[in-house]
Design a protein. Structure first.
Length: 207
């Protein structure tokens, strides 16, 4: 991964968010307050506007810049959490100083861990972590087995989709939906859906 890949990925992420407007909006209207699409759209727009600057930066610096910018621009619970993902990822890439698949896998996992710590949540609580944690685990395992980027991308898309679908039958214990109890059952978590879409979009670029 280099900075030109990051730039391309920002466009792919924006496209998929914009293409899923009604779905993201209705998911958060069902079990949240309806602003998740707006938050994601604003975040995507913000990172696309940074493209020229991002192209000139080393990957770790670019990812950290994205995180800091998102922190100050997206609202809601998801904004600071996603911001912390990029900053957590940047930290590992900076420390390791290489661009191997294994480094990206551990950077992704570190980003997910940052979300986990910041949001004090874990798998099974009907949040974006139900997508991100299984994807991080599989990414790390496949990188350790020297799987190719294409093989990894194909597998991670499936895992992300399964994780997203798994939120449907869960009761939420974190975030706004936590107040709904059993009424949250039957609805996919909006943050899980947007994370699945972003993972799919980035994996499609790699495939
Ligand atoms: P808000 O909930 O403040 O309206 P959004 O609608 O943008 O913010 O984001 C909601 C999403 O944030 C949820 O669908 C869920 O995936 C995620 N989320 C909320 N709280 C947490 C948490 N503590 N840990 C991880 N993800 C969370
Ligand atoms: Mg919301």
């Amino acid at each position: 991964m280099n900075s030109s890949f990051i730039v391309t990925a920002t466009t792919a992420i924006q496209n998929t968010i914009l293409q899923h407007e009604s779905e993201l909006e209705s998911l958060d209207r069902a079990i949240g307050d309806g602003d998740h699409y707006i938050n994601m759209k604003r975040g995507a727009q913000t990172i696309v506007e940074m493209q020229q600057e991002l192209a000139t930066l080393a990957p770790d610096v670019a990812l950290n810049k994205i995180g800091m910018k998102l922190l100050s621009t997206i609202g809601g619970a998801s904004g600071p959490l996603l911001a912390s993902f990029f900053m957590g990822m940047a930290k590992i890439i900076k420390e390791k100083g290489d661009t191997s698949t294994a480094t990206y896998a551990s950077a992704f996992s570190a980003g997910v861990d940052t979300i986990r710590q910041r949001g004090k949540a874990d798998i099974g609580e009907k949040t974006m972590l139900d997508v991100l944690i299984p994807v991080a685990t599989q990414f790390t395992a496949m990188a350790a087995q020297n799987a190719s980027p294409k093989e990894i991308s194909t597998a991670l898309k499936k895992t992300a989709e399964q994780g997203m679908l798994s939120t449907k039958d869960l009761i939420a214990t974190k975030g706004r939906a936590a107040g709904l109890g059993e009424r949250a059952i039957g609805h996919i978590d909006p943050g899980a859906k947007s994370c699945q879409l972003m993972i799919e979009a980035v994996c499609n670029l790699i495939e």
